[in-house]
Design a protein around this ligand. Structure first.
Ligand code: MN3
Length: 199
């Protein structure tokens, strides 16, 4: 199998009370596993077989809906599990803090823009902090699209992302997406985000 479901670096219970264990278990073992299996099925026997996920996403406008949806779902959840951690980590520092301050004015302003993107994404999708050639941007994408895709309105390298599909929060938060998005700040692993910023 070309693409494999990652093992998480923490237990399903480890993100409580912000993300509950049942949500984590279903999200990983059903949703992410499904995207991974369906991506493999979609690329097997095609000229995409053997390509990296980044290569596939960069040319996704020429691919099937199955590749777009499941390739995005595979990549997006890999990032999501990595940028959150039990207890999170302190706010950004160093060059990432400088870049956030340059673009947004302050960390607080950045957080407000990110929350707004996450809360106002209609239906299912994601909100992102995106590294571009000329700095940072906040964006949101529908479904399992992401900024690596050549179809994305705002393109670049996502370094932080939040899943706002209902499957990511509904058991614990029901319709209260803003509560889930605000709780997310308790989990963000800024060391991981900073590592992605430096590439
Ligand atoms: Mn999801």
């Amino acid at each position: 199998m070309a693409f494999e479901l990652v093992k998480l670096g923490y237990d399903y219970t480890a993100l409580e009370p912000h993300i509950d264990a049942r949500t984590m278990e279903i999200h990983h073992t059903k949703h992410h596993a499904g995207y991974t299996n369906n991506l493999n099925a979609a690329v097997t026997g095609t000229d995409l077989e053997g390509k990296t996920i980044e290569e596939i996403l960069a040319g996704v406008s020429g691919s099937t809906a199955a590749v777009r949806n499941n390739g995005g779902g595979f990549f997006n959840h890999n990032l999501y599990w990595d940028v959150i951690a039990p207890g999170g980590s302190p706010n950004p520092g160093g060059v990432l803090l400088d870049a956030i301050s340059d673009t947004f004015g302050s960390v607080q302003n950045f957080k407000e823009a990110f929350v707004k993107a996450a809360v106002t994404r209609f239906g299912s999708g994601w909100a992102w902090l995106v590294l571009q050639e000329n700095g940072l941007a906040v964006s949101s994408t529908p479904n399992q699209d992401n900024p690596l895709m050549d179809v994305a309105e705002i393109q670049g390298t996502p370094i932080l992302g939040i899943d706002v599909w209902e499957h990511a929060y509904y058991l614990n938060y029901q319709n209260r997406r803003p509560d889930y998005v605000n709780a997310f700040w308790n989990l963000v692993n800024w060391d991981e985000v900073a590592g992605r910023f430096k590439g």
